[in-house]
Design a protein around this ligand. Sequence first.
Ligand code: ATP
Ligand code: MG
Length: 414
Amino acid sequence: MFAVSVVGLGLVQYQYLQVGLSLARAQFNDKIGRAVKQIKTDLNHENELTFLMGKALTDDDTYFTLSLDSLRDASSHYYRDFLQDRLLMQGIKTDFTYVIYSKDSVLSLRSPDYRENRKDRLRYPIELTGYLPELTGKRMVTELQFRDLNAYFLSQLNGLTIPGLIFIIVIIIAVIWVLRSLYRQHSIITTTNDFINNLTHELKTPVFSIGLATKMLMEREKEAGSTRFLHIIKQQNERLKQHIDKVLQLATLEKKKKYIRMEETDFYPHLKKFAEDFREMTVLEQVDFRYKLHGDHYPVRGEVIHILNAVGNLLDNAKKYSENVPKVTLEAHTEREKLYISVTDNGIGIPEKEREQVFEKFFRGGTGDIHRVEGYGLGLNYVKQVVRSHKGKILVDSEPGKGTKVTIVIPLLP
Ligand code: ATP
Ligand code: MG
């Protein structure tokens, strides 16, 4: 399609050029017409030039003290100057050759490079009147010939053709650029699909462990009632749940936004329940978690599951990226038609230069240590996409070594 358009554009350009050329040609003819008229008028009477030419044409060397050859050379030279001057008066600057001859005798004057009957030249014969025909007693004609006219016309049209060509080249470059970024986009999608394939494979390991542990637990419980295996189940189950969540998040966001169903709801009870559940879970882990939800109605238009998942990702990060016992706070309040949900931690913080990058897909913080922490670099990208689809924004406030506060801002319903 692109190739067709460029060829089409080229053809249109070519047509314009043709039109331009014929216009230039018409204009040229017009100018020549005026120059010819002027030349005819000026040669009508006896003056210094016609007198000299008359002597040269009739081979009369009695008046001047010059040889016949010099006389012819001189008059040819002055005639050339005269013609050039008349052409210039009409704005014609191209090279030309000329001849002046009589219809039915051998009398003639010509420019040195004049050739008869050349097809590639434009010819303008002028029948002379007045002094010269009367002097020689013959019909006199002078003829102007122009060569390389296309080049001349093109040089006049350069103002149009060169910008036209430049713009076509710019279009070609722009399209190539777009195609390249499309290609890059395509390869990102391919990596994502590979990733999903690997991940689903990985999922089988914890599933297998859970199956095995459950089986053993059932055997053991019959005898002693130990809870060790119960913990394994719980842990592995949690991991599995997170993995599955990630796949689901990715799959959801990879497809069109249609997968997020926007509904008008009160988000407050959902967030409250979510915070309570999270608190219960952190009791088992070594995490100091508090939450404070101001107000009691958060009317929003959006999909609850996705916003909760986003908050879950922030809480997960707050827990993960700290060196000691994590102190995590979830806070929410409404202000000027907006809902603010923030998660604060006392963790390692995000360095200034990474503050934009953390939202990129598959980006993980660079400092060696945190790679002990598991992760895919998807969490914040997901949060960003969810927030964007709710027409909201994310604020990051972080001080390396001290902690991080990430805030989600979502517009409230009026
Ligand atoms: P995933 O969430 O997919 O399991 P992840 O946690 O590495 O993996 P993101 O949640 O997108 O991915 O976070 C990207 C990076 O941002 C992290 O690797 C980490 O370096 C940095 N980061 C995110 N949250 C915090 C935080 N609260 N404190 C310090 N660094 C953070
Ligand atoms: Mg994360």
